[in-house]
Design a protein around this ligand. Structure first.
Ligand code: NAP
Length: 324
């Protein structure tokens, strides 16, 4: 078991965590990034990223993340491919323990743990998860060549998943609980003009049907109450995300939905702990805004470390007033 005291530890390796790593590394803070066993965050499961500035022809999500990792490492960030399983923010230096039993103590902590795909919460969904039910078309679309699939959701993710699935599947139903999409106009237009995509409006999935594999879903029209069965080979869920903040429950101030509460300087309710990206931001949730928040958190962490050196932790804590 390795144990060390670091100036900065960053938990998470999506755009927020890796941007924080680039900035803190370039500030000679020698950051440790607890990158997770599956490093790179949500963009690892997307295809083309067309709205990250600097790539006029778009860039593949995994390629963008690989570039960010290399850029962070080039400046000296150390990436640890383990999950953070425990934190203690009640003591300073803070403590972060990983899945491999490594313990890191740090003077400043940047939380960039992101968010995970939301599930419907049906019993049948748990039964078929990974066996016809998925939250990642890029990962699992290939299994549905010339098959019929459904996508639940009405946001950009649902449109993106549906459009991607048209490359493999013979037919894609988008099942949405309202009669209007939340997705951006450009994504709506692409989905509406794709002949393989059909929309089922005002409908929710109440059960996923099948024996060994998915054979269909039971739908309920929320306007009429009418129930029907739609035969399908697979179902993709694209209904938003839940913040990955369970680790911080009882230690950082969280809102009702579990997002970390921050002030406008990315400070959390614990002095010396900063948060960046989808773990606190439920408004923008873009790769570029996450990167921006990561940058801000890194700059604030650097300034805070200067203050720590001058005043000491107890004095900072005594005068800290959290104003979100
Ligand atoms: P989102 O915008 O929150 O959309 C979630 C969708 O799922 C909504 O249509 C919502 O319905 C539906 N939904 C939520 N819970 C549900 C439930 N229990 N049962 C059935 N439907 C449910 O999430 P997102 O699509 O993942 O997008 C998140 C953010 O990432 C957005 O800011 C989006 O713009 C961005 N994004 C951008 C791109 C792109 O630019 N290419 C791609 C992906 C994501 P209601 O509409 O009725 O609430």
């Amino acid at each position: 078991m390795a144990e060390s005291v670091e100036k900065v530890v960053i938990i998470g390796s999506g755009p927020a965590g890796l941007t924080a790593a680039i900035y803190t590394a370039r500030a000679a803070l020698n950051p440790v990034v607890i990158a997770g066993a599956a490093a790179g965050g949500q963009l690892m499961t997307t295809t083309d990223v067309e709205n990250f500035p600097g790539f006029p022809d778009g860039i593949l999500g995994p390629e963008l993340m690989q570039n960010m990792m290399e850029q962070a490492q080039k400046f000296g960030a150390r990436l640890i491919y383990e999950d953070a399983v425990k934190v203690n923010l009640k003591q300073h230096p803070f403590l972060v323990e990983t899945s491999a039993g490594n313990v890191f103590r740090c003077l400043a902590l940047i939380v960039a743990t992101g968010a995970s795909p939301r599930r419907l919460g049906l019993e049948s969904e748990a039964k078929f998860f990974g066996r016809g039910v998925s939250t990642c078309a890029t990962c699992d679309g290939w299994f549905f060549r010339e098959k019929v699939v459904g996508v639940v959701g009405g946001g950009d993710s649902a449109m993106e998943e549906a459009l991607y699935l048209t490359h493999h599947a013979s037919k894609v139903y988008v099942i949405h609980r309202r009669d209007q999409l939340r997705a951006s106009k450009i994504m709506q237009q692409r989905a509406f003009s794709n002949p393989k995509i059909e929309f089922i409006w005002n409908s929710i999935v109440t059960e996923i049907l099948g024996d060994e594999k998915v054979t269909g879903v039971r739908l309920k029209n929320v306007k009429t109450g009418e129930e029907s069965v739609l035969p399908l080979d697979g179902l993709f869920l694209a209904i938003g995300h839940e913040p990955n903040t369970q680790l911080f429950k009882g230690q950082l101030m969280l809102d009702e939905q579990g997002y970390i509460v921050v002030d406008r300087f990315q400070r959390t309710s614990v002095p010396g702990v900063f948060a960046a990206g989808d773990c606190h931001d439920h408004t923008f949730r873009q790769a570029v805004t996450a990167a921006g928040f990561g940058c801000a958190a890194a700059i604030m962490a650097e300034r805070w470390l200067g203050e720590l050196e001058q005043k000491g932790y107890e004095a900072i804590k005594a005068e800290f007033v959290f104003k979100p």
